[in-house]
Ligand binder design. Structure first.
Ligand code: SAM
Ligand code: DTB
Ligand code: SF4
Length: 326
C-alpha cells in the first residue's frame, strides 16, 4: 500500500494556489521521482450497458431523466466485449475499462455476465477495470476472484458541493463503495470532474478527501466536464487548460505514486495543452474515438501526439502500489 503523509486542507490549498509555473515545476519534479517520465498509459473505455440510469448526476448524458441523444443499450454479450478488448490491445492499450449506467451492481444474471467479461478480458493480459456504480464487499470480492484489477468510482467533487450535482445518493455511499473495493484487494480508481460550477475550494476539498483515504487511490482520473446537450450542465463553459493543469499538478504532488489519468475533455485540447498536462504529472489517457458516449480524439491523432512529444505507451501492471496488493 502507498505510504502517505496526512495533509490538511490548508496545506493542499497552498500547493494548489502556487504560481502556475512553480506548481508545474514542483509537480514535474515529484513525477520524475516516482514515475518514468515519457511513459503514458493508453487505456480504452467501453460502455457495456448504456443509458437509462436512474441516478440524477447533473453532468451525465446517461441519466434516464435527461433528454439527450444517448441511445440506451442493454448489457452487451461477453463475446462482443472480448472482441472490443482484443481490438484495444491490438492498438496498444493496456487497460480496458467497462462502464455500466447502473446506480449499483445487483446480484442477478447481468452480474454473472459481467464476471464472465472480466474473466475473458483478464485472460488476454489487459488490466481489467469496471465502473458500474455502487458495490457491496461480497460483489467486490467476486469481481476480484474473476480477475478484476481495478474499479473506478469517482467522488466527482467535494462533499460540500456534492448535492449541487447529485441528489440520488450521498458522499458516504461513494466512500463506502471505495472502501469495499479496497477491502477486496482491488486497485482503487477515484477522481472527479472540474468545470461543473464548483469553486477552487471544492476542487481542493475533493483532493483532500482522496489524499486522506486510508491509502491513496492507485488512480485518480481528472475529467474536464463534457457539457452535453440535454443535461442540467449543458451551458457550462469549458474549463481552461490552466485549471486542468493546476488540478493535475496538485493531485500529482499530494499523491505521488498515483496514476493521474487525463480523462474526459481532451477532444478540444490542442497537443500543446495536453503536453502541459503531461508535464504536470498526468500519465494516462483514454484512447479511441469514443469515451463512454461522447467523442474523443482518434487513435491516429493520439499516436501522432506521442510521436511528437516523445512519449511511450506504458506497459500493463506497472503501478508500483499495486504490486504490493497482489
Ligand atoms: N454509473 C457509474 C458511476 O456513476 O459510478 C459508472 C459510469 S459513470 C459514466 C463514470 C464517471 O464518468 C462519472 O463518475 C463521471 O466522473 C464521469 N463522467 C460522466 N459524464 C461525464 C461528463 N459529461 N463529463 C466528464 N465526465 C463525465
Ligand atoms: C472517468 O473518470 N472518466 C471516464 C471513466 N472514468 C469511466 C468516463 C468519462 C465519461 C465522459 C462522458 C461520456 O463519454 O459519456
Ligand atoms: Fe448513472 Fe453513473 Fe451517469 Fe450517474 S454518472 S447518471 S450513476 S451512469
Amino acid at each position: 500500500m502507498s505510504s502517505k503523509n496526512i495533509l490538511s486542507f490548508e496545506e493542499i490549498k497552498e500547493v494548489y494556489h502556487q504560481p502556475l509555473l512553480e506548481l508545474i515545476y514542483r509537480a514535474a519534479t515529484v513525477h520524475r521521482e516516482y514515475h518514468k517520465t515519457g511513459e503514458v498509459q493508453v487505456c480504452t473505455l467501453l460502455s457495456v450497458k448504456t443509458g437509462g440510469c436512474p441516478e440524477d448526476c447533473a453532468y451525465c448524458p446517461q441519466a434516464a431523466r435527461y433528454h439527450t441523444d444517448v441511445k440506451t443499450h442493454k448489457l452487451m454479450d461477453v463475446d462482443e466485449v472480448l472482441s472490443k478488448a482484443m481490438d484495444a490491445k491490438q492498438n496498444g492499450s493496456t487497460r480496458f475499462c467497462m462502464g455500466a449506467a447502473w446506480r449499483e451492481v445487483r446480484d442477478n444474471k447481468d452480474f454473472d455476465k459481467v464476471l464472465g467479461m472480466v474473466q475473458e478480458v483478464n485472460k488476454i493480459g489487459l488490466e481489467v477495470c469496471c465502473t458500474m456504480g455502487m458495490l457491496t464487499e461480497t460483489q467486490a470480492k467476486k469481481l476480484k476472484e474473476a480477475g478484476l484489477y481495478a474499479y473506478n468510482h469517482n467522488l466527482d467533487t467535494s462533499e460540500e458541493y456534492y448535492d449541487k450535482i447529485i441528489t440520488t445518493r450521498n458522499y458516504k455511499d461513494r466512500l463506502n463503495t471505495i472502501g469495499n473495493v479496497r477491502n477486496a484487494g482491488i486497485s482503487v480508481c477515484s477522481g472527479g470532474i472540474i468545470g461543473m460550477g464548483e469553486s477552487d475550494d471544492a476542487r481542493i476539498g475533493m483532493i483532500h478527501t482522496l489524499a486522506n483515504l486510508p491509502s491513496h487511490p492507485e488512480s485518480v482520473p481528472v475529467n474536464a466536464l463534457v457539457a452535453v446537450e440535454g443535461t442540467p450542465l449543458e451551458e457550462m463553459k469549458r474549463v481552461s487548460v490552466f485549471e486542468m493543469v493546476r488540478m493535475i499538478a496538485t493531485v500529482r504532488i499530494t499523491m505521488p505514486r498515483t496514476m493521474v489519468r487525463l480523462s474526459a475533455g481532451r477532444l478540444d485540447m490542442p497537443v500543446a495543452e495536453q503536453a502541459m498536462c503531461f508535464m504536470a504529472g498526468a500519465n494516462s489517457i483514454f484512447a479511441g474515438d469514443k469515451l463512454l458516449t461522447t467523442p474523443n480524439p482518434s487513435f491516429t491523432d493520439d499516436m501522432q501526439m506521442f510521436e511528437l512529444l516523445g512519449l511511450k505507451p506504458r506497459e500493463a501492471f506497472k503501478n508500483e502500489n499495486i504490486k504490493e496488493l497482489a
